[in-house]
Design a protein around this ligand. Structure first.
Ligand SMILES: C[S@@+](CC[C@H](N)C(=O)[O-])C[C@H]1O[C@@H](n2cnc3c(N)ncnc32)[C@H](O)[C@@H]1O
Length: 284
């Protein structure tokens, strides 16, 4: 008699429960709630990493991440949650240098400009922004202040160190890299004139109290967010801008209906805050 196939045993833990536990653990460790990102992508990546670097289970991998800071940093990078680089997508920094900052400066008069790299990871973006400002310091009435914020305290610790590897600097224009960073053994260290311009802080954007900003760089942070969450954070950032201020997104990102947020698109990935969205939709 053919053997009756054994009824597949129900797993002790319903599929997905271990992922939810994993998300809670990661939120406790670094403040990021992975369950708010697109689940399919996040879960696939997390399970892949657990097999590669851990014992194959999410519980075991979480335990490893709790005790090994290097593994935790690698995990965040590999989830592409913290990936960054100096002069990332340099065309946007060229536009900021040639068009955005000069225009903001004209509108501000003698007032100092306030710039914000929101979701700055380990700081490559705000240091690049500081270098761009210094490059055109003659055209600016005053040197701007720059705020770099991230929800992940490990990233802010690294950002404060201002050290970047050759890999981080792979797309940086050589003469600017050498002008604003010191060559150290195996990488690049931000010069003090850059450091003086930037203040870093740990902050969840959804609880951000920041306002009065002239320019916000919000790039490659919301790409894994669910739609509702992405819309919510775009509104928070729009509210943080002064009238005429600019919001810069990453090169694959967009705002479908900017007018609803009091914004207008001025070039790909760049949005301007309307002076008064109710009465003046065509801000000059
Ligand atoms: C891929 S990095 C982007 C870094 C930089 N903006 C760039 O484009 O190179 C995304 C960063 O967003 C941060 N982040 C994600 N959710 C956040 C939140 N709710 N509040 C603040 N930062 C957040 C992550 O910790 C991560 O460091």
């Amino acid at each position: 008699m053919p053997e009756t196939p054994a009824t597949p045993r129900k797993p002790a833990v319903a599929a997905g429960d271990d992922f939810e536990r994993f998300c809670t653990g990661i939120a406790d460790l670094v403040g990021i709630d992975l369950s708010l990102y697109k689940r399919k992508q996040m879960e696939r990546r997390a399970r892949g990493l657990a097999s590669r670097f851990g014992d194959g289970t999410l519980d075991g991998y979480l335990e490893l991440l709790r005790t090994d800071e290097d593994q935790l940093d690698k995990f965040m990078e590999r989830m592409t949650i913290t990936v960054s680089q100096l002069w990332r997508n340099n065309e946007i920094f060229e536009a900021i240098e040639k068009e955005v900052l000069p225009q903001l400066n004209r509108n501000a008069g003698v007032r100092r400009l306030h710039l914000w790299s929101a979701g700055c990871s380990y700081g490559a973006e705000p240091y690049t922004l500081a270098a761009v400002c210094l490059e055109i310091r003659d055209q600016l009435n005053r040197l701007p202040t720059i705020q770099g914020s991230d929800i992940n305290p490990h990233m802010i610790e690294r950002a404060k160190k201002g050290f970047y590897t050759d890999e981080d600097a792979r797309d940086a224009p050589k003469e600017l890299l050498e002008k604003y960073f010191d060559r150290v053994d195996d990488g690049w260290s931000a010069k003090s004139e850059l450091r003086q311009m930037i203040r870093f802080k740990v902050e969840d954007l959804f609880a951000a109290k920041t306002d009065g900003m002239d320019l916000i760089l919000f790039r490659n942070v919301a790409i894994h967010f669910e739609r509702e969450r992405r819309d919510r954070v775009h509104r928070i950032l729009s509210d943080a801008l002064l009238p005429g201020g600019m919001l810069v997104l990453g090169s694959t990102e967009m705002i479908v209906q900017p007018a609803e947020l009091g914004l207008e698109r001025v070039r790909p990935f760049v949005f301007r805050k309307l002076a008064d969205p109710l009465t003046q939709p065509d801000f000059p």
